[in-house]
Design a protein around this ligand. Structure first.
Ligand code: GLU
Length: 593
């Protein structure tokens, strides 16, 4: 079970609060949602407008104000209706509340409150929080205290935002992210599920940790720990995300723009200081076992990082997938080390594994693209992916950044850091040339056109390209909604050969390495059964019906091949007229497992 959705809040006289919140929610829409709502405080009273459906071109018909909160809902409890949309009103209209998450004990709380005479007008678990605050308020003094006490009674991962009628915004995090930002002159306060949604307007950001509450008034921000009730020092960070990075520029979609960002990302990785990597290598030497861990695309990059560690550093790294790591819980101990790549640093099932591992004393190294994320906070070694904001739900440049970093780490561990830096510098240049060449796109489009008609696509590779075809499979499924199946070429004859018949599309991804010969055997085996063989690699062979030539970059050849597979998924999705940057049913950061 997972859900997405967004929270946004604004205090400031500089712009209209409703409009600001709506624009903010639109920038969060990659997270997915089915309804939306905005609430404002004007002249000591609250007004709400909420609807099922997308915001689209619509705007809210609320008076001008300087304080507002908003929410995009992904229904978990109760149908997608106007009534179930957030924010929800307190019975006496003294506050409104929106929630991101699931109150796992909502039934038990609801029955208790119903017995006390509370009535519920929506079917949501959210309303239980509202009524609970009302009940606690009867006994305790202020709203802030009541929100904190009520919040402590909730089970599950939840983040809430409350607006009081006199214009205070209270927000608590114990689940999906919550970031606060302040403008240049300090007069505007923004609250949101991610930094990107308000990046152009803020100078400083403050990322809340789980268990923290923020109370924002016109001229003050208070942060405290809800367990102890104690104030916490506010560690603001400089906002480093520039406006232009969140822009598509001349590209049609974020996906293609972000694939094109890859060479610059590699160059940035090469500029980064290597001192921490050297320290990590030392810790790896001391560790008895090394795991890599990720989910989805990052699960694939985790496996490729493990491959590089085994191949170049002879470190027998074990790759784990977030949702399947439970079997290791009892075995984790303080001589273990986990390397966890993640785009958002908030992936719930990975966080769960890391929480268990941390308690057992495992050393954690994370590689994350979002500054200040949960994963970064719990790590002993914190690496940034340096890919810049990635807006398309399908991860492309961040995946590449993860495996580039993994290659560098493995070579650093084998004492060949310099050589790896040289190889990557050359990769970055050759990749840029390849991406800038119109022929590249023309050729990939032609193959995409051919494959777009297929029901199933098979991808075959081995060695350094095995995980790369899994990345290709993920992208084809996500972007083109085509059944794709990646398998080890060496295993073909053991089972998948039964599927090979006339016209079946098979994509072979290879490098100029010692495995190429045996891969060509597999090509011949599928061709003998009438299947169409499409090749992606540095040099052609007449066995292929279509061939996509990729520059030969030696040891980094698999990274180069990744780009071609990502382009293939992009052009297939384009051909099929899919919603490329927001494929159906998936979200960028899955924050609940
Ligand atoms: N559980 C709440 C609901 O169903 C909130 C879901 C969300 O995170 O959007 O309304």
């Amino acid at each position: 079970m997972y859900y997405m959705c967004g929270i946004f809040g604004y205090i400031g006289a500089e712009r209209d609060a409703t409009e600001t919140v709506l624009q903010g929610l639109k920038r969060l829409d990659y997270r997915g949602y089915d309804s939306w709502g905005v609430g404002i405080s004007v002249n000591n009273s609250l007004q709400v407008e909420k609807h099922a459906g997308k915001i689209g071109e619509s705007t809210a018909h609320l008076p001008k104000s300087s304080i507002a909160i908003g929410h995009t809902r992904w229904a978990t409890h109760g149908a997608v209706t106007d009534k179930n949309a957030h924010p929800h009103f307190a019975s006496d209209k003294s506050f409104i509340l929106a929630q991101n998450g699931i109150v796992e004990n909502y039934e038990e709380l609801k029955i208790g409150l119903q017995k006390k005479g509370y009535r519920f007008i929506s079917q949501t678990d959210t309303e239980v929080i509202v009524r609970l605050i009302e009940e606690i308020r009867k006994k305790s003094a202020g709203l802030v205290e009541a929100v904190s006490l009520a919040f402590k009674k909730l089970e599950g991962r939840n983040t809430i935002i409350v607006l009081s009628k006199d214009g205070d915004i209270i927000a608590v995090r114990n689940g999906s992210p919550l970031v606060l930002g302040t403008s240049d002159n300090g007069k505007e306060i923004y609250l949101s599920s991610d930094t990107l949604s308000f990046a152009p307007f803020v100078k400083k950001i403050l990322v809340l940790d789980n268990g923290q509450m923020v109370v924002c008034k016109k001229h003050s921000i208070k942060l405290h720990d809800i367990k102890s009730g104690r104030a916490i020092p506010q560690k603001f960070e400089k906002n480093t995300i520039k406006d232009s990075l969140v822009d598509k520029g001349s590209f049609k979609h974020f996906m293609i723009k972000e694939i094109n960002d890859t060479p610059a990302t590699i160059a940035r990785i090469l500029e980064a200081d290597t001192a921490q990597m050297i320290e990590l290598v030392e810790a790896m030497r001391k560790a008895k076992r090394i795991f890599t861990l990720g989910s989805g695309t990052a699960g694939v990059s985790a496996a490729q990082i493990a491959f590089y560690l085994r191949t170049y550093a002879q470190i027998p790294a074990i790759a784990l997938v977030g949702a399947e790591a439970k079997e290791y819980y009892d075995m984790f101990n303080k001589s273990d080390l986990i390397i966890a790549p993640s785009q958002s640093g908030e992936t719930a099932d990975v966080l769960e594994v890391l929480e268990v591992a941390k308690k057992k004393g495992v050393t954690i190294a994370s590689h994350v693209n979002m500054a200040g994320s949960m994963m970064t906070r719990m790590s002993d070694f914190k690496f940034m992916a340096l890919a810049g904001p990635e807006i398309c739900v399908m991860s492309t440049k961040v995946f590449s950044a993860q495996i580039v970093w993994g290659y560098l780490l493995a070579k650093c561990a084998s004492g060949e850091l310099k050589e790896a830096q040289g190889n990557l510098a050359s990769l970055s240049l050759q990749m840029k040339k390849y991406l800038d060449n119109p022929k590249t796109h023309k050729d990939v489009k032609r193959v995409a056109h051919h494959l777009a008609k297929s029901k199933s696509v098979y991808l075959l590779a081995q060695g350094q390209n095995l995980q790369i075809i899994k990345e290709g499979m993920v992208k084809l499924i996500e972007g083109a909604y085509v059944h794709a199946h990646a398998f080890l070429a060496g295993d073909l004859k053991h089972y998948a050969i039964t599927l090979m018949e006339k016209g079946v599309p098979t994509v072979f991804v290879f490098s100029n390495d010692s495995l190429k010969k045996s891969l060509m055997n597999a090509v011949n085996e599928v061709r003998a059964r009438g299947a169409d063989a499409i090749g992606i690699g540095p040099e052609t062979d007449e066995s292929f019906k279509y061939f996509l030539q990729v520059p030969d970059t030696g040891e980094t050849s698999a990274i180069m091949n990744t780009i071609t597979l990502q382009l293939l998924a992009y052009y297939m999705a384009l051909e099929l007229k899919h919603n490329i940057d927001k494929p159906r049913n998936i979200a960028k950061s899955v924050t609940v497992s």
